[in-house]
Write a protein that binds this ligand. Sequence first.
Ligand code: NAD
Ligand code: GLY
Length: 374
Amino acid sequence: METHPFPLRLHVQLGERSYPIIIGSEVLEGASEHLRALQPSQVVLITHPQLAEWYGEPLRQRMEQTGIPTYLLTIPPGERTKRWEVAGRLLRQMAQLTLDRRCIVAALGGGVIGDLGGFVAACYLRGVRYVQIPTTLLAQVDSSVGGKTGVNLPEGKNLVGAFHQPVLVLIDIDTLKTLPRRHFRAGLAEVLKYGIIADETLWRLVNAEAHNLRQGDSAHLAEIIYRCCEIKANIVSEDETEQGVRATLNFGHTVAHALEAVAGYGRLLHGEAVSIGMVCAALVGELTGVTPVGTAEEIARALRALGLPVALPRGVEFDDLLAVMARDKKARDGQVRFVLIERIGQARLPIAVNEKEVRHALGMHREKFLWGAM
Ligand code: NAD
Ligand code: GLY
């Protein structure tokens, strides 16, 4: 894999809505300059209390030095925060601050903050600009790029939302030093996903670096994040609203989203659910003859080496999973759809899979990989 000088820069190419992704060390120190260059009337930083103390307040102070009024709004951490009522509260706070159409929302945090902050930006005054400043590995390699914003409903993940692209993504890999190990590993599931769906070289690099990555670091980390963002930027540039190739990014997500909803939001981390879901999807692929037999085992081995779960959580009923899958955004006419892989490095567009095959795959999953703790 090529090496790149720091900081690394990529572009999501979407005509007048194109935007840069800047990746490197100490990127947060320069964030106020990047924000100032966008000439906002005001800036509102949305984050969690702990992140506000470490990263948000210093950034707010640097913004104030540029003369741009900057406010910090905090919400509690956790997937359960990504809901309608919290978005409503944030919108009211923004209105009370009399933020105008030229304001910028800066989402400083993981995927929860990014999805919620982006959603609030999409709704406020019918849409204002926002900047993603992702601080988890998952958000740095996936959720901060591409403009999918939204909230969960009790009925399912991300059922309410909007496509609303950020105007800038600032990725400071130093922030990962404070990220708890479990969350870092959860992000590795999405990293491996890119290798599985689009890039065998990345798959090999992640496997070779598994020991270091599992411990939360690797000399190749910036390069790995860059490559993931590059794959995502290319896919989003080609298919912004998921009419085709973008759907391949959902590999493992049919089961993952159902697991998250059935287990209760927050019990399984999103990346952990994706880890289990990718093994299920590989089994569905093997059963339908799309994926070479043995691939699920190979993927499970790689995920375990990264410290990720692969077994279905104990107590989760197949009937409940299937009911949620039928309501998933990817479902059509009540038929569950799966992204399958033809081999490591090559995904296929989603296909409908009948309930019998899904049950069969879930049964095989339980037999091969047993039940996991939750
Ligand atoms: P998260 O946002 O809940 O963050 C995980 C935890 O880490 C939180 O407690 C947070 O406070 C803490 N944290 C964040 N940065 C930290 C840091 N630098 N140091 C210490 N603690 C830190 O979880 P996540 O895994 O980042 O995101 C999951 C969400 O992302 C899910 O809701 C998922 O649906 C969404 N997602 C969205 C997309 C998309 O395209 N929009 C893609 C993938 C996932
Ligand atoms: N995380 C899937 C997407 O952005 O399309």
